[in-house]
Each structure stands twice: as C-alpha cells, then as structure tokens.
Write a protein that binds this ligand. Structure first.
Ligand SMILES: NC(=O)c1ccc[n+]([C@@H]2O[C@H](COP(=O)([O-])OP(=O)(O)OC[C@H]3O[C@@H](n4cnc5c(N)ncnc54)[C@H](OP(=O)(O)O)[C@@H]3O)[C@@H](O)[C@H]2O)c1
Length: 296
C-alpha cells in the first residue's frame, strides 16, 4: 500500500510517521512536511500526488493556532478549507482514501452529554468554523474518506498544554487552570496507532469510512488534567514536589477565541466499527509520563 503523509512535521504528523515506520514497514510511506509540500500550493500538491500515486493520503496538515485564527481568518480558511477542498477533489479523482483530522471545536459546547457524529456542529470560533468547512467539503467531494474528530492533543513534538503545565510546575510556579471546559486529553501516539489500525479496514471495506469521533474514555477539565499531570509526575519522580493549582472559570482566562465548555466526544462508533478498546485518558497519561522518565 502506498501512503502519502502530508503535514508530516506537526505533532500528529510525526506520531503517524513513527507508528507507520514501527508497525507497517511493508507499506510504502512518503512523508512530506510543509517545506516539501505546501497544501495551499496546487502545483506542489498535485505534483506530490502525481509523483507518489498514493492509495491513501493521510492529512496531518492544518492551521491549528486557535487564537491567532481570530485575527487571520483567511489563513485558517485557506489551509483548513480551501486546500482541503483540492485535496478531496484530487483524492476522489485518483480513487485514493483520504484520511483527515478534525476537532471537538466544531461544536458549541452546550449541554453535558458527549457529542455524537450525528449531532449538529455549531463552532464558536474561526478555527472551528474552518475545520468544519474542511470536513464538509471532503464529505461532498470525496466519498472514500475517513475523518476523525479528536480533542486536546498532547504528547508529541512542539508546545502544548501538558508540556506547559509540567514546565511551570518544575519551576515551582503556582498555577491557575480553567475548570469549566470538559473533555478528554488525547495522547497523540495512541491516536495515530488507533487510526492506523482502522485504515486497512477502510481500504478493504470503503463502507466503513465516514466521520468518527476518537479520544480516550472518561472526562476531565483542563484543571483536572493539570492536577493529574502534576500528581502522577510527583509519583514517578519527574517532579520534586507538587504546586498549588487553582481552578478558575474560563471567564477569568480571556483568550481571543471562545472555547466550548463541553468537548466530550462519544467514541462508541469508532470502537464498535473497528473493534478497538478505548482506554481511559488517565491510563494513557500515566503511560506517556512513564515514557518521559525513560527519556522515551
Ligand atoms: N492540537 C490539538 O489539540 C487538536 C485537537 C483536536 C484536533 N486537532 C486536529 O488534529 C490535526 C493535527 O493537529 P496537530 O496538533 O498535529 O497540529 P500541528 O502540530 O500544528 O501540526 C500541523 C502541521 O501542519 C503543517 N501545515 C500548516 N499549514 C500547512 C500547509 N499549508 N501545507 C502543509 N503543511 C502545513 C504545520 O506546519 P508548520 O509547523 O510549518 O506551520 C504543522 O507541521 C489537525 O487537523 C487539528 O485540527 C488538533
């Protein structure tokens, strides 16, 4: 199977590449970062598709700067929607499976029930709207697709919430963390591995494709996640002593983009269709922290 991975240098792109190399050495994988293939450049994108003739396109490329997107909506729109439209068109014309990622931020965060795939999206911010437009254009143009909505990614390269919390805790800084946004933190290597398990199934049985939610089981707030990170890091000896973590409402942490309060995702469809067991977020967090102890 020939795989073309785009956005290969992002957090998820790197996790996908590692999992592909580790678990699927018999697949022919080409991984291109933005410098090698800017998806907003039609020449570069079509050139890469012509050169590599993929059976599967994995799109890890996205504009993910949620707050900056409020000031630069056209950039989010170009990368998360317009470029994805061309990708969907080309994938469809070539009969390739398009695997794409989206976000809990397509929902408005009302209520407290986990969101199902059939629930109506209603994004609160520019980033969420651009990601929703990307999903919709794929569904319209490319029937052979797998779109995976996930939430609160951590555990790879780059800067993200869990890393910031651990750095500040190591510096002994007391923390204030939002306690009224609920969801599940998703360890990126687990996400990559789970999606790659589904991939051959969708290739073999295209009717298994479509839109799915995927994050670990259970729920917490950002405050709950920060507290668990600090507690488990102390237990593992990654952190000398705990720091106080004050719960605050979102209103006390102003950000350019509004965030949904309820980001819970119902992932039963993915688990049932692809036959995987979804572990609790705490289990994945502990495993990730333990791997940090080993320098892994
Ligand atoms: N991070 C989260 O918490 C989260 C939550 C839910 C869903 N998601 C979704 O999960 C996916 C992966 O997110 P992530 O955390 O891995 O994001 P990320 O670390 O920001 O990676 C995105 C990658 O896309 C690249 N990129 C941006 N514009 C591009 C372009 N025009 N052409 C080619 N590549 C381009 C970026 O390159 P540069 O670094 O050069 O800009 C970066 O390497 C995205 O679809 C995102 O919407 C993320």
């Amino acid at each position: 199977m020939r795989i073309l991975l785009l956005g290969a240098r992002g957090q998820l792109g790197r996790a996908l590449f590692s999992a592909l190399c580790r678990d699927y050495p018999h697949w022919q994988v080409t991984a291109l970062g933005r410098a090698a293939c800017d998806i907003t450049d039609p020449g570069a994108l079509i050139g890469a598709l012509n050169r590599h003739q993929p059976d599967v396109i994995l799109n890890g490329a996205a504009y993910t700067a949620v707050d900056l997107a409020e000031a630069k909506p056209e950039l989010a729109e170009r990368i998360n929607h317009q470029a994805v439209a061309l990708l969907a068109w080309e994938a469809s014309a070539r009969g390739a499976l398009l695997v794409h990622f989206s976000t809990d931020y397509v929902f408005d965060g009302s209520g407290s029930d986990p969101w199902c795939e059939a629930d109506a999206p209603s994004p609160l911010n520019v980033y969420g709207a651009s990601k929703l437009a990307g999903e919709q254009v794929i569904r319209a143009l490319c029937p052979h697709h797998l779109i995976v909505r996930t939430s609160w990614l951590y555990g790879g390269e780059g800067s993200y919430f869990a890393r910031t919390i651990l750095r500040r805790a190591n510096e002994g800084q007391p923390l204030e963390v939002v306690a009224d946004q609920w969801g599940a933190p998703t360890q990126v290597d687990w996400l990559a591995t789970s999606v790659l398990l589904a991939l051959p199934q969708v290739v073999k049985a295209p009717d298994k494709g479509g839109l799915y939610h995927l994050c670990p089981a259970g729920e917490t707030s950002w405050h709950g996640f920060a507290s668990a990170l600090v507690e488990e890091s102390c237990r593992l000896g990654l952190l000398a002593r705990p720091v106080p973590i004050k719960p605050i409402p979102s209103a006390n942490w102003p950000q350019a983009a509004r965030r949904p309060l309820n980001s819970r995702l119902d992932c039963r469809r993915f688990a049932t269709v692809f036959g995987i067991q979804i572990p609790a977020w705490e289990v994945l967090m502990s495993r990730w922290l333990a791997s940090q102890c080993e320098g892994g």
